[in-house]
Design a binder for this molecule. Structure first.
Ligand SMILES: NC(=O)c1ccc[n+]([C@@H]2O[C@H](COP(=O)([O-])OP(=O)(O)OC[C@H]3O[C@@H](n4cnc5c(N)ncnc54)[C@H](OP(=O)(O)O)[C@@H]3O)[C@@H](O)[C@H]2O)c1
Length: 333
């Protein structure tokens, strides 16, 4: 199903009655989308702590295996990474765990022609065998392990430094002071330039920040999940830490790609998310209908409205929508 059909399906199911009375608005929307694919570029830059990035990034998690479990074409993933750069995107989000290892390789290959002009992010923290890439149970942020992980990342990403290195999940077995102590050493050695934390608790952020300034927190945040507004975003404001939003499109839901007729493939993790269960989906589709209504009013797509909403929350919030489709990258950027 192509992008236009996908959008139509989203509109038809979520905002059908609205569309029936608004056919001319829909035609205008289609025309605007065509123009956007040719003319738009990611505008503006944002600051995460002291690190400047494009106001929209690109999440590359699914470039070795999509949520739907398909394997995307590697040359096409390179094309998307490069076309994103041409459109002003300079902020690329990977992790050791994606693949594992393979997504870092794809990103390193993709950005090689312009590596010095972009910000590369990756994440450590899962217990992954450094030789084979096999996943082992649990977390591992032991400093000696993290040092090895970073050496592997540098090779896979074809670079001599990671611009922004995150701890993917807090390891309760290793005090955050030990983790940040190691990161400080890596920063002194020039192998890491900035660091961040993903899904940490408040005290972890404060303790880490006291040892070395945290550049960014990376948490799930979108119109579908607003949990960080309670404590974490105010804390980022207090401490001057940037905020990067993962799954800013609600793993596709906020684009209209998921509806009551959706059946997830075996192995697609979205199939076990309760927000998409038959009991909960109708309530969440009401949110999508509202977003779709705004999209029509603004001559935009639901995905664009969802990203614009995030950008409007704070000047230091940067969404990293993930995609494996050129048309979606263009729409998002
Ligand atoms: N720190 C963490 O723990 C963590 C967790 C999850 C994700 N992340 C990061 O956040 C990034 C983004 O998150 P995500 O990929 O989970 O979720 P997302 O960006 O909210 O949504 C991605 C999904 O939406 C689809 N999509 C994207 N743009 C679209 C558009 N314009 N129209 C229709 N469908 C569209 C994608 O499919 P197509 O490929 O077909 O476009 C994909 O299935 C990841 O790549 C990763 O870097 C971090």
């Amino acid at each position: 199903m192509n992008r236009r059909n996908l959008l139509k399906t989203g509109f038809a199911l979520a905002g059908g009655s609205l569309l029936a009375s608004n056919a001319s608005a829909n035609t205008a929307l289609s025309e605007t989308l065509e123009q956007n694919t040719l003319a738009d570029t990611t505008r503006g830059r944002r600051k995460l702590g002291q690190l400047e990035v494009s106001s929209i990034g690109l999440g590359v998690q699914n470039m070795s295996r999509k949520y739907t479990t398909e394997i995307p074409s590697r040359p096409e993933m390179h094309n998307i990474i490069r076309a994103a750069f041409d459109r002003g995107v300079t902020f690329y989000d990977a992790a050791e765990a994606y693949g594992p290892h393979e997504v870092e390789r794809i990103l390193g290959e993709g950005v090689a022609p312009f590596r010095n002009k972009v910000v590369i992010c990756s994440k450590f923290g899962w217990n992954i065998d450094q030789e084979t890439g096999a996943r082992r149970p649990g977390l591992n942020s032991r400093p000696e392990h993290v040092r090895k992980v970073v050496e592997g990342m540098l090779k896979r990403l074809r670079t001599d430094r990671i611009d922004l290195l995150y701890q993917h999940r807090v390891d309760p077995a290793v005090p955050i002071e030990d983790v940040v102590g190691l990161i400080k050493d890596l920063i002194k050695e020039g192998k890491v330039l900035h660091y961040g934390l993903s899904e940490p608790g408040v005290q972890t952020i404060r303790r880490a920040h006291a040892i070395h300034p945290v550049t960014a927190i990376q948490n799930e945040y979108s119109l579908l999940w607003r949990g960080p507004e309670e404590v974490i975003i105010p804390l980022c404001q207090e401490l001057g830490i940037g905020f990067v939003t993962w799954s800013p499109l609600g793993v596709g839901f906020l684009t209209g790609a998921i509806d009551a007729n959706t059946r997830f493939a075996p192995g697609d993790i979205r199939g076990v998310e309760t927000r998409f269960s038959p009991d909960n989906l109708p309530s969440n589709l009401a949110l999508l209908a509202l977003i779709t209504k705004w999209a029509i009013q603004k001559n935009a797509t639901p995905a664009q409205i969802s990203l614009a909403w995030l950008l409007a929350q704070k000047q230091w919030i940067v969404p990293i929508p993930g995609t494996t489709q050129m048309a979606h990258m263009i729409e998002n950027s």
